[in-house]
Every structure is written in structure tokens, then in C-alpha cells.
Write a protein that binds this ligand. Sequence first.
Ligand SMILES: Nc1ncnc2c1ncn2[C@@H]1O[C@H](COP(=O)(O)OP(=O)(O)OP(=O)(O)O)[C@@H](O)[C@H]1O
Ligand SMILES: [Mg+2]
Length: 236
Amino acid sequence: MTLHLNDITLTYPDGGQRLTALDRVTLTAAAGTLTAVVGPSGSGKSSLLAVAATLITPDAGAVVLDGRDLRGLSRRETERVRRDEIGIVFQSPNLLASLTAMEQLVVVAHLRGEDLAVARRRAIDLLAAVGLGDRAEHRPHQLSGGQRQRVTIARALMNDPSLLLVDEPTSALDRARGEAVLDLLRSLTLERGLTTIMVTHDHDHLVAADQVIEIVDGAVTGQAPAGLRRTGPGLS
Ligand SMILES: Nc1ncnc2c1ncn2[C@@H]1O[C@H](COP(=O)(O)OP(=O)(O)OP(=O)(O)O)[C@@H](O)[C@H]1O
Ligand SMILES: [Mg+2]
């Protein structure tokens, strides 16, 4: 899908005042492309993802998915869009300690009321797709940091989203593992025609992105195509 953020302003309560986390942010991301979001700590990167994820309603501006302005949707319709079309990988890994990799994925579908056998089959496929086919029965403490991160990515794909939002997927990883996760995100983006937005601190990752958005103090200060431009599958 095409994600368009149009002139988004977001403020948070801050003592008696308001803190401006996003200051008139505009960006467009197309299907089959990877957008990297960079900027200093506290600059608004996670806030940007939360707005795109429909988790926070901005003070002003529009989130537009494939031409649908979300301001025109009811709360229930917005929840449906989030549930069916958006995959989110949060900044802090949030796997449940007592569940195996397989169960982390299946529980998401089960909570949505899906058939368990169907969910298990999809979970097996997704764990294989992220290179964890042989780790399905392992619990988080039995997995490496990179493997845990890949479980969270597989889990975000359980609803077969069109929009994948990933917050600092490699920050806890060493260089080799970080690169493996980035390669995975890039190939998933191409193979599945995903619109992927990835926050990163690592400037080495920018060559893998189709565009780079730099945010400072909540405002976009730089927007550039990066690396070798690739041709997506042409979905939108
Ligand atoms: N729920 C909240 N209430 C109030 N202020 C918040 C809230 N969430 C974030 N902020 C503030 O908004 C600003 C942007 O925060 P955000 O988490 O988007 O930054 P970030 O770029 O993701 O930072 P980091 O790289 O450290 O993760 C910061 O000044 C932060 O303190
Ligand atoms: Mg953040």
C-alpha cells in the first residue's frame, strides 16, 4: 500500500505545556520499498511510527493509506485497518517469556479468533521465512538477540500486513546479526510488496533503503533516496 503522512503535527502534554513531538511531517512511502527513518534520540521517530500505526491520533494532519484518509474512519474501522493491514515491531522486544517462538505467533491469531490449525501452519511458514524453522519450539531465553528480533518480525507478519513498521530492529545486535535482520527486512519488503518503514540509528543501514527520512526536533530535515534504487514488484 502507499502510506502518505500529510502535514502531521503531534504534541504530548508536558507539565503545563505541550511538547511538540512531530512538527508538520510529510512523507510518502510506496509498496515494495524500504524507508529508513533516522534522527537523534527524542527526535520523534517512534512517535512517527505510532501515528502511522494508528496507535496515536495526531493533533493535525492526515494519515492516508492507499488514498483512504483515516480521519474519515470510525474508531472501529481504524482498528480493523490496524489489525488487518499493519504489522508493528516495537522498539523494546515484547515476547512472552513462557511461550515458544511458535506460540508467540499463534497467540496473536488466536486472540483474533482464528482457527488454531490454520494459524499454526502460517506460523511455521513465517518462522521458516525468517530463518527460524528449527527454533519453533524454543522460548525467548533459548534464543539469541537476533533470533528474538526475527520472532518479533515474523509475529508482525502474521496478519499478512501491507504496511510494516519496525522500530530499531537492530539496536541490540552486533554488526553481523544486525545486517542479517536488515537483509531479512529488505527481502520481505520486496517479496511481499510491503511498505516498510524502519527506524534505525545505524548509518550503515541506509544504503539498503529506498529513501531516508531524517528527523530533528520532530521536523523532517532531510529526505533523500539512498543507495541503489531498486524496482519494487509494482504493487500499490
Ligand atoms: N507518551 C509521551 N508523553 C510525553 N512525552 C512523550 C511521550 N512519548 C514520547 N515523548 C516525548 O516526545 C519526544 C519524541 O519521542 P520519541 O519516542 O518519538 O523519540 P525517538 O526519536 O523515538 O527517540 P529514541 O531514539 O530515543 O527512541 C521526546 O521528547 C519524548 O520525551
Ligand atoms: Mg524511539
